[in-house]
Design a protein around this ligand. Structure first.
Ligand SMILES: Cc1cc2ncn([C@H]3O[C@H](COP(=O)(O)O)[C@@H](O)[C@H]3O)c2cc1C
Ligand SMILES: O=C(O)c1cccnc1
Length: 578
């Protein structure tokens, strides 16, 4: 056994310690009780004694405030400590005026109660602490604020809460007054543009020791029972459509943590293999410490939309590639062989006689070109998906399942389906495909645009249903592959995705059964436009980024090899002693 290298910085705990004692990070019981007691006894204090507060006490509570969590560690708070009596007097006057303005807008009873509120604290307390938020940093530049632009304000609110609890523990009173016109208060303190306040905190020794919240005492409100504020899993709405019944379960938390803990024991810095480590953790959590040989499922189909001039190649190419794959010579077939994967060929609707060695699935109903009519009937879509599910289940128990497709014009189909599922504009999803020129690109955009408008007219809101979207704007190979993903995931197999079309099939499967996501490995980011968006929607980071645009599962095969090697590395690298 090798010694575990204990880092000089960061977390020194070992996975074994955490596993043996998950509660080992807790404080001793009496300290915990003290914390809860302080929280319980925190009050909004309105009456203050004039006695001075020692500078070191003020510094302690401000330090507590400054230890608050902040978005992207941005520490946006600034504390303006107002001691000057004249400034406090002016602030009190502002609050008094604001109280009258607000009361004028209320019903008489509520107005009376508002007027009863005591604001003398601003005058009485030796300190006014005005908590400001410096918002001059662009939200996009702060980790976590691009998505929640107000997170800087919440950070400041956390600082106030810290200050408040510390004050209570010190025996100080604190009252948070927001009855101000924010612009007036900002002007009083000379705040520059972009710095806003969260109100005025009166701070000093309390001249009241309220056992319960003042507004509750005054009959204004009461504390709600916990059961009224905690809901399980999702907001309980009477008429909201219930989530579809899910049958699949992702690996439980214990499996996920065990996989990560095992990785922690390797003689290497934690997560040194980056995306690969995350992917291996996912695969190990599924129960695979190594990959059995596995299969590439290559599904092929023709697309009537090819007739609208959206591909650089004629429809017949699909059949030729399928035949070449059956002969073991198409690039998907050679890539599968190089990766040690068996090849399973599915003809989901390619014109002409059947190709030897290929499983043929035949649709019953007419097919459409998306712009004028639905791609497939729901009945055929269900049939194709069910066949894929069975295939995926059978192959999934044997090893990893890599996905590949061939179908001239299927990047147009994929763009239309992606636009519908992701609710984005056609220009965001239409890409070059197998080599479009600008005239083809323009037609592709127009066709996707028309297809979306037609499908929305025909199906309305139900287009959000993945089966409806798949039938309206998808294609047979997408339906089969979505089924393969569902079947393989039910067998707890690893599913390795290739380019845009296979990833969309996975997205359809995830929309039907969210737990499928736990089985997915994004093999690569292809050059096709919408692929990145779809991978983001799947929450998957791709293993390879090689500008591949081969289709046929070539990228998935390459990625499977990388994944196989990563698992071997994980299995055989030295473990450390701990
Ligand atoms: C010879 C050849 C082999 C292929 N193998 C996969 N694709 C890839 O290109 C097609 C999609 O591109 P688009 O939507 O522009 O038609 C699909 O068959 C896809 O698998 C191929 C394309 C060609 C020409
Ligand atoms: O996204 C892909 O994998 C892709 C791109 C171009 C052509 N065929 C497939």
């Amino acid at each position: 056994m090798w010694q575990r290298p204990v880092p000089l910085v960061g977390d020194v705990s070992a996975a074994s310690q955490r596993a043996a004692d998950p509660q080992g990070w807790a404080f001793p019981p009496e300290q915990r009780e003290a914390l809860y007691a302080v929280m319980d006894a925190r009050r909004d204090v309105r009456r203050f004694r004039p006695d001075p507060v020692p500078a070191e006490v003020l510094e302690r509570v401000l330090t507590a405030a400054h230890r608050a969590p902040s978005v992207g560690h941005s520490q946006p708070w600034r504390f303006v400590v107002v001691r000057d009596a004249a400034a406090r007097e002016r602030a009190a006057l502002m609050a008094d005026r604001e109280r009258l303005r607000q009361a004028a807008k209320l019903a008489p009873d509520a107005a009376r109660r508002l007027l009863d509120l005591q604001l003398e604290g601003i005058r009485e307390a030796p300190y006014g602490v005005v908590v400001c938020c410096d918002r001059r940093t662009a939200a996009a530049g702060v980790l976590g604020r691009a998505t929640f632009p107000d997170a800087d304000l919440w950070s400041c609110a956390c600082a106030i809460q810290n200050l408040w609890l510390a004050a209570r523990a010190e025996g100080l009173g604190l009252g948070w007054v927001t009855l101000f016109d924010p612009a007036e208060l900002a002007e009083l303190l000379g705040l520059p543009d972009g710095v806003v306040t969260l109100g005025w905190l009166c701070l000093g020794w309390p001249d009241e020791r309220p056992p319960e919240p003042g507004l509750q005492r005054a009959g204004w409100s009461r504390r709600l029972p916990l059961s009224e504020v905690v809901v399980e899993d999702r907001w309980p709405a009477a008429e909201a459509p219930s989530a579809p019944v899910s049958h699949l379960r992702a690996p439980d938390q214990a499996a996920v943590v065990t996989a990560r803990d095992a990785a922690d024991r390797l003689l290497t810095p934690p997560s040194s293999l980056g995306v690969l480590d995350r992917t291996v953790d996912k695969v190990v959590a599924l129960g695979h410490r190594e990959l059995a040989p596995g299969t590439l499922v290559l599904a092929a189909a023709d697309h009537p939309v090819a007739g609208l001039g959206v591909s650089a190649y004629p429809t017949e190419v699909t059949r030729e590639i399928l035949a070449a794959a059956a002969a073991g010579e198409a690039m998907g077939a050679t890539a599968a062989r190089a990766a040690g994967l068996a090849l399973e060929l599915v003809d989901a609707g390619v014109s002409g006689p059947s190709v030897a060695g290929v499983t043929r699935l035949t649709c019953q109903d007419p097919r459409g070109d998306l712009a004028g009519a639905d791609a497939m009937s729901v009945r055929d879509t269900e049939y194709l998906m069910a066949a894929g599910r069975e295939l995926g289940g059978n192959l999934g128990v044997r090893g990893p399942v890599a996905l590949g497709e061939v179908g001239v014009a299927n990047t147009t189909v994929a763009a239309a389906l992606a636009a519908a599922l992701l609710e984005v504009e056609p220009h965001a999803v239409v890409g070059l495909g197998a080599g479009a020129d600008s005239a083809i690109l323009e037609r592709k955009r127009a066709v996707v645009d028309e297809a979306l408008r037609r499908a929305r007219r025909t199906h309305g809101g139900t287009l959000r249903d993945p089966m409806v979207a798949l039938a309206a704007l998808g294609g047979p190979e997408v339906a089969v592959l979505a089924g393969v993903v569902l079947g393989a995931a039910a067998a707890r197999s690893v599913v390795v995705l290739d380019g845009l079309v296979t990833s969309l099939a996975a997205l359809v499967a995830v929309e039907i059964e969210p737990a499928v996501a736990a089985c997915l490995v994004a093999g690569q980011r292809s050059r096709e436009r919408a692929h990145e968006l779809v991978l983001t929607q799947l929450g998957c980071e791709p293993l390879l980024d090689l500008r591949i645009r081969a289709g046929e599962g070539v990228g998935a095969c390459l990625a499977t090899t990388v994944l196989r090697q990563a698992l071997a590395i994980r299995a055989t690298t030295a473990r450390v002693n701990y």
